[in-house]
Design a protein around this ligand. Sequence first.
Ligand SMILES: Nc1ncnc2c1ncn2[C@@H]1O[C@H](COP(=O)(O)OP(=O)(O)O)[C@@H](O)[C@H]1O
Ligand SMILES: [Mg+2]
Length: 230
Amino acid sequence: MRQDFVSNVSHEIQSPLTSIRGYSQILKEEAITEKERREYLDIIQQEIERLSRLSENLLKLAALESNHPPFHPKPYLLDEQLRRVVVFMEPQWSKKHLELDLSLERVEVVADQDQLNQVWLNLLGNSIKFTPEGGRIGIQLTADDLQVVVQVTDTGVGIPPEAQSRIFERFYTGDPARDRRKSGNGLGLSIAKKIVELHQGEILVASEVGKGTTFTVKLPRRQADKKMDS
Ligand SMILES: Nc1ncnc2c1ncn2[C@@H]1O[C@H](COP(=O)(O)OP(=O)(O)O)[C@@H](O)[C@H]1O
Ligand SMILES: [Mg+2]
């Protein structure tokens, strides 16, 4: 496991570096058109972003896996947080002409706000990434006395059954033939799962290839939540 982890990390570092090295060499030595120059610089920038996201995600994962993971639960309104995340991500989903449907009950939770923010960003980010132009994403928030349930649904490419059990593994990104530069590091769902588990909750996936995917996050309601309702 440890060995795998180290080799995955080195691979995730090596491949962008190889690409940055190659393209910067071309920029330095060869006669190229202005269009090519821009294209290569774009690639270099994308690869740098990728490395930067990797290091951010590794830090988050390390913190979550430490003996004392950061966990600062406070009461707040979960529906407001979800709305803010949707607004924050608007540039990405409106660029792809995706429709966003929100159905949010007003729910107060006692949770680590920063951490849960990360969960919604990762789930919504995936839905946007894996849903073709013109598709639909729904976010639903419901609650009863026992639990709070958030569902993120999309009409995207879906996840084959054999992959569904693996997507929460670190570095798992599904189809290895996919454009690596566009895909992520495969850490988003493992981070989301860790955070949900830190809250004693669970995260589930249901998906059909070509139809879409639903991620469900269930968080137990604490005694404190219930008191605040009255
Ligand atoms: N909403 C979704 N629709 C289709 N596939 C998804 C979705 N969310 C996650 N996946 C699959 O699970 C994999 C792991 O997701 P994640 O851990 O967020 O990694 P990343 O986004 O960096 O690829 C993705 O690469 C993709 O194959
Ligand atoms: Mg992701």
